[in-house]
Design a protein around this ligand. Sequence first.
Ligand code: HPA
Length: 247
Amino acid sequence: MTAVALIGGTGLTVLEGLEVLRRDTVDTPWGAPSAPLVHGLVHGCPVVFLARHGPAGTIPPHRVNYRANLSALQEAGARRVIAVNAVGGIRPGLDVPGRLVVPHQIVDYTYGRAHTFFEDDLEHVMHVDFTEPYCQPLRETLIEAGRRAGLEVVGRGVYGATQGPRLETAAEVDRLERDGCDIVGMTGMPEASLARELGLCYAAIALVANAAAGRGPGVLSMEEIERNLREGMRSVRSLLEQAIPLA
Ligand code: HPA
């Protein structure tokens, strides 16, 4: 059985319930991944866990070496990748901290990130299909895992990927909404498209940490976002525990 890869985001740098077998510090042609790969078992199923923002959570979204991360997970034998993303909620109903969303689409607003494995030395130009950016069977697994964990999971949503590390202006969030985005985060891209370039089956579970800028009362504080993430990650963990044996 090949391991399922888990990419933990802000608030999920360790995975409780993971029986750690070993930690591998690896390198890739694209540089070092964010953290050592943690190989372990969840309910007896092999998992390889990677903390996207580093073991201490110190790598900001625009500095994450997404290519190294995906390449390291592929080299470790993973074929399916479950990503965890903290997001702001835009669509009414999703603008509530703690909401869980399995996104089905992406709009990419990021720039200046190393976003492809097909840069040079090509025999021919590679254009991967990205019509459906997430792997549908793995999305369904996440939705089913949420049901088994007794959680309310929103089974669709358009993820707007912004550059960060600053949060958005209220007008930017209005634009995101006009563009059809339901949630906004900083790490969904180029992670998803790099996974596609490698032929990995990739899906995400997004945790709403806050109402997006201008959608809640007052300004956004990191303390509040972090508190909401700490609380919400409990649900994410119980969803993942159900998802891994199914994935
Ligand atoms: N915007 C972008 N990324 C985020 C947000 C947000 O409001 N909250 C958590 N990650």
